[in-house]
Design a protein around this ligand. Structure first.
Ligand SMILES: *Cc1c(COP(=O)(O)O)cnc(C)c1O
Length: 358
């Protein structure tokens, strides 16, 4: 069996995998209703959010479905979004806004670069925005964007944040109450260690009340109204819900998001230090990176394909760079069921591959 070091789906723990085998269930039966409600409650508990102010909406679909539901449901017809783009996922939100005809501007920075706070400031002075949409952890490069700085600007300019937290929810700090957050989109199969198929949006109730309807399947209001009443508008992926419920129980058993962040940081230090000792350099400084995923420079004389295939033969799945970074970097994520000894073996394997370079 391969160990997954890609940014989701993750290597499952035995208890989450076993949860997939629970009894067949109709999504219109009270047992599913209970399962769905317990997941929605638990998702709010991840960041201790009050059910009076916040609601968790569950969707069957990958992380992108949740991001698209968030953007299309929460920006009013006369709203305007400032989208911050320093990687694939920021750019994807701009594509969504274009596809749905949502009024927006984009502040674009180079992939790997930090968000340009001065450029954002300038843009906010030029035009009024109802929302600022940004990615917390830009998985393209492993960069952890400075949400606190953007939140400050948003508060100053009376804009609300729409956060793509798909690869950071449950492992990085998100100040839902202190920042002007309208919503955060995320998924079951990254830092929460569930299986792919279920994603969700944590939304401030007030933001839902003033939203818009641009889509039938992705309308958060439809989901929320029915989920609060114990139902679901469409068939949910029942088995994915079983797995997510178990993954959430395991997450709380292990100490919550801070514990998960510590665990990932410890694993990532092992990988970074180990690879550096083999002459493999990280793309970004440690302080700029998420705990979840780091990018590394492909060492001279080794193609990505060669590195990937050799590591796969040894039982590890690493991840390629996207777009212009495809030929220069590779990425390693440390989510899921991994042991320190696995990561030590990974480092040794990389050392072996490099020593066989011609
Ligand atoms: C993984 C990811 C997504 C969603 O990808 P899906 O393939 O749709 O699950 C969105 N944003 C970020 C930052 C991600 O890392």
């Amino acid at each position: 069996m391969n160990l997954l070091l890609n940014p989701g789906p993750v290597t499952l723990t035995t208890r989450v995998r076993q949860a997939l085998l629970r009894p067949d269930l109709c999504h219109r039966e009270p047992e599913f209703s209970e399962l769905q409600s317990s997941i929605r409650d638990d998702l709010l508990r991840v960041y201790d959010l009050k059910p009076a102010d916040w609601t968790a909406v569950l969707l069957t679909g990958s992380g992108t479905a949740a991001v698209e539901a968030m953007l299309t449901s929460l920006v009013t017809a006369d709203g305007r979004v400032l989208i911050l783009d320093n990687g694939v996922y920021g750019a994807r939100m701009a594509k969504m806004a274009t596809a749905y005809g949502i009024d927006h501007d984009t502040v674009t920075c180079g992939w790997g670069e930090a968000l340009d706070i001065d450029a954002i400031k300038k843009q906010l002075q030029i035009r009024q925005y109802t929302h600022i949409a940004l990615v917390q952890h830009e998985t393209t490069t492993g960069r952890l964007n400075d949400l606190a700085a953007v939140a400050g600007l948003a508060a100053e300019h009376r804009a609300e944040l729409l956060i793509d937290g798909v690869s950071s929810f449950a492992a990085e700090a998100i100040e839902f109450n202190d920042w002007p957050v309208a919503a955060c989109a995320a998924t079951a199969n990254k830092c929460l260690h569930g299986v792919p198929g279920i994603s969700f949006v944590i939304t401030r109730k007030q933001a839902l009340a003033t939203g818009a309807t641009r889509s039938v399947y992705l309308d958060l209001n439809t989901y929320e109204t029915q989920q609060v009443a114990g139902g679901t508008p469409f068939t949910q992926s029942v088995q994915c819900c079983y797995a997510l419920a178990e993954a959430l129980t395991e997450f709380f058993d292990e100490g919550g998001w801070q514990a998960r962040r510590s665990l990932y940081r410890q694993r990532m230090a092992l990988v970074r230090d180990g690879l550096q000792s083999q002459g493999v350099e990280p793309l970004l400084a440690d302080s700029a990176c998420s705990c979840v995923l780091n990018a590394f420079q492909l060492p001279a004389g080794v193609t990505y394909t060669r590195l990937h295939d050799s590591l796969k033969a040894a039982g590890f799945i690493i991840y390629a760079g996207q777009g212009e970074l495809a030929s220069s970097i590779f990425r390693i994520a440390v989510m899921g069921a991994l042991a320190d000894s696995d990561l030590q073996r990974l480092v040794e394997e990389v050392g072996g591959i490099l020593s066989r370079r011609s």
